[in-house]
Design a protein around this ligand. Structure first.
Ligand code: 3SL
Length: 249
């Protein structure tokens, strides 16, 4: 099984045979995992703010999203996992549009499998990805979302944690082939496995703290605190999985 890492969504290349794990650990994919942990039945991701607004308002869904880290004017919620963690979304689907994370998901949406991935659900997502890739004879491509169209440290560190997990989970049972990109991020993670220490060297975590979202940064670093496995599906298959993510049409 081949494991590669795309340090930006634009570098994801041909994903037609890939199980894509999309990481925007600060904060979109952590939010998606948290929404499911708070009983949200479906999460819709939207590539545009207007599309999200119209879709959510027509259906009475929770409207979530940020620009520059802060809640979009007129939206119900921002993009804060520690806020979502305190709420109950039972029976209320959510629609979310963010600067990078939700766009990264839509960028690779043609891949046969797309799993939004974070640190909080690393174990559960790794297990599912390895199982799906083994059963369907596909490769795993870990896609980092970046921040404001640039490479971002926190996604790369978490990608390294995923590579490390995949390697330790499969052991010698499954032969793995690591692309250079996977070797690189794994080395970064192995050098210092403290997520917070790594993240706080980067621009985005510091910006979030400056904006008053330090609680989100700490929350997002709680490795394996959640068990959900969000997976991108079409409307037709949405009721067949536990944590369905859909693209706003
Ligand atoms: O860009 C995104 O998708 C967001 O996760 C960025 S922020 O953490 O909300 O600023």
């Amino acid at each position: 099984m081949r494991i590669s890492v795309s340090l930006m969504p634009q570098l994801s290349g041909d994903t037609s045979n890939s199980v894509c794990l999309v990481i925007d650990v600060l904060r979109a994919t952590t939010c998606i995992a948290t929404l499911f942990s708070r009983k949200c039945p479906r999460v819709y991701v939207s590539p545009s703010y207007e599309g999200a607004r119209t879709f959510a308002r027509q259906r009475g869904y929770a409207l979530c999203g940020e620009v520059g880290g802060v809640r979009v004017e007129g939206f119900d919620f921002g993009n804060s996992p520690s806020e979502f963690e305190k709420l109950d979304f039972s029976g209320r689907p959510a629609v979310i549009c963010t600067t990078n994370g939700t766009r990264a998901i839509t960028t690779v949406s043609q891949a046969p499998y797309v799993l939004p991935a974070a640190a909080v659900n690393c174990g559960a997502v790794t297990e599912a990805a390895v199982r799906i890739a083994a059963e369907s004879d596909r490769e795993i491509n870990i896609v980092c979302s970046g921040t404001d169209h640039e490479f971002t440290l926190e996604d790369a560190v978490v990608a390294g944690m995923y590579v490390e997990r995949i390697a330790s989970m499969t052991g010698s049972n499954l032969p793995l082939e690591f692309a250079d990109s996977a070797i690189l991020v794994r080395r970064i993670f192995q050098k210092d496995p403290s997520l917070l220490r790594n993240w706080m060297e980067g621009f985005h975590a510091r910006r979030l703290c400056d904006l008053g979202f330090g609680e989100d940064v700490a929350y997002s670093a709680q490795i394996d605190s959640l068990q959900c496995v969000p997976i991108l599906v079409t409307e037709r298959d949405a009721d067949k999985v536990d944590s369905p993510v859909l693209i706003v049409p």
